[in-house]
Design a protein around this ligand. Structure first.
Ligand SMILES: [Zn+2]
Length: 104
């Protein structure tokens, strides 16, 4: 399985990931948050792809800002957002699903 060797926040509000196998990911923080995999954000959509959770139109301060990234075992990271939302666990597979550029 591919693993990140480096994860960093960029100036352009993205998360840049360098993978062990040479690929990179550049995921916008907005996308990362909108696609938060936790049950609260995604509802039943993990099981039933057609279910669209109702998202509050009001975004609290720090909604799209990363406060902290914590490793979870050796398979995922937990992202703590600026509004203290911390239930999203992003596995390597999921991060690759959100964006992956294979090295040419
Ligand atoms: Zn969430």
């Amino acid at each position: 399985m591919d693993k990140p060797v480096k994860i960093k926040k960029t100036e352009s509000q993205s998360l840049e990931i360098t993978w062990k196998n040479g690929g990179t990911s550049d995921i916008k923080l907005q996308k990362l948050r909108d696609e938060c995999p936790c049950v609260h954000c995604q509802g039943e959509s993990v099981i039933l792809k057609s279910y669209i959770p109702i998202k509050a139109p009001f975004k609290p301060a720090g909604f799209y800002e990363i406060k902290e990234i914590k490793p979870v075992g050796n398979y995922a990271v937990q992202i703590i957002w600026g509004d203290n939302h911390d239930t999203g666990i992003y596995s390597w597979d999921y991060l690759q699903e959100l964006g992956y550029n294979q090295e040419k």
